[in-house]
Design a protein around this ligand. Structure first.
Ligand code: ADP
Ligand code: MG
Length: 285
């Protein structure tokens, strides 16, 4: 067939499609799509019909194109909504993490965690290490993977969590508040150990951990070794009870390395690296 004949066929097909789709039909289709909340298809309906006619698309292919664009739009909207609901302090995907800078991290272990099987199994992930080594970054990145996998995630710092639980407890609203932290499939509790926790706070924290125990996986980060949690919670017995539940099904990552915040200063030789400090008392977690 010559190019001219091809052109003529396509023009005829478009014309046929235009004849086949009456304005009333277009209106009805638009209405159906609106009712089904297929917004994307509604906006592009006329153009899609014309394109399908011009390209003489088989019916199944036309439907697949229409629906896959709709699914893609809905999925990305859903991810954006759950990302906002997660209250992450920043959005940094795992792909932005520089593993070469932090050789103490087992890259394979982390990639396995990124598959989100730990959530299915109800395992906790505990990330320990000094400031600046990427604990929050990794917790956020794993949280984003969980969101992509379809889970509901909530991020909080330990200080904010305890403050909110203490306030709710004082106002007789503890049950409602606890539900907020037990409902999401994955709860991230960042910065355990940055601020001391009083007796009431430690008890409330224990209640939350007990409720999520063996039901809701968590990611926790701390700059303090488990041995120091007695001091963090101001009570060795409570700390032991908390750790007992947390560690029953858990993966612990101990990051030993330099703060990423000091990367440029280290390069310039303005501060000493972790390797120089490791032999000194307190150099290791
Ligand atoms: P921590 O929670 O351990 O104190 P953060 O996760 O807050 O540390 O890291 C401090 C800053 O450095 C953040 O902006 C984080 O994104 C960045 N960062 C830390 N480690 C890395 C890394 N290995 N690759 C890329 N960015 C990093
Ligand atoms: Mg942090």
């Amino acid at each position: 067939m010559s190019r001219n004949t091809n052109k003529a066929v396509s023009a005829a097909a478009i014309a046929t499609a235009a004849i086949m789709t009456t304005p009333a039909q277009l209106e009805r289709l638009g209405e159906h799509l609106r009712k089904l909340r297929l917004v994307k298809s509604g906006e592009r309906l006329e153009a899609l019909l014309q394109q399908a006619a011009a390209e003489e698309l088989p019916y199944a292919e036309f439907l697949e194109q229409l629906l896959s664009a709709e699914v893609a739009t809905k999925t990305s909207k859903n991810i954006a909504m759950r990302t906002a609901m997660a209250r992450l302090p920043f959005v940094k995907p795992l792909e932005t993490f520089d593993f070469d800078y932090q050789p103490s991290i087992d890259r394979k272990q982390l990639l396995a965690l990124a598959s989100c099987h730990f959530i299915e199994h109800g395992d906790n992930v505990i990330v320990l290490g000094p400031p600046g080594v990427g604990k929050t970054h990794l917790a956020v990145s794993l949280g984003l993977k969980a969101i992509e996998a379809g889970y509901r995630v909530l991020f909080t710092t330990a200080a904010s969590l305890i403050e909110k639980l203490t306030k709710a407890h004082a106002e007789g609203r503890l049950e409602d508040k606890l539900k907020i932290y037990t409902a999401p499939r994955l709860l991230i509790i960042d910065e355990i150990g940055y601020l001391p926790i009083d007796r009431v706070g430690a008890n409330l924290f224990f209640q939350l951990i007990s409720r999520r125990y063996e039901r809701g996986p968590m990611i926790l980060t701390s700059n303090q070794s488990f041995g120091a949690w007695g001091e963090v919670f101001g009570d060795r017995i409570i700390a032991t009870a908390i750790l007992d539940r947390l560690l029953h099904h858990a993966v612990t990552m101990n990051i030993r390395g330099n703060s990423y915040r000091l990367k440029d200063k280290l390069k310039a030789g303005l501060v000493r690296s972790h390797d120089d400090n490791a032999s000194q008392p307190g150099g290791e977690i």
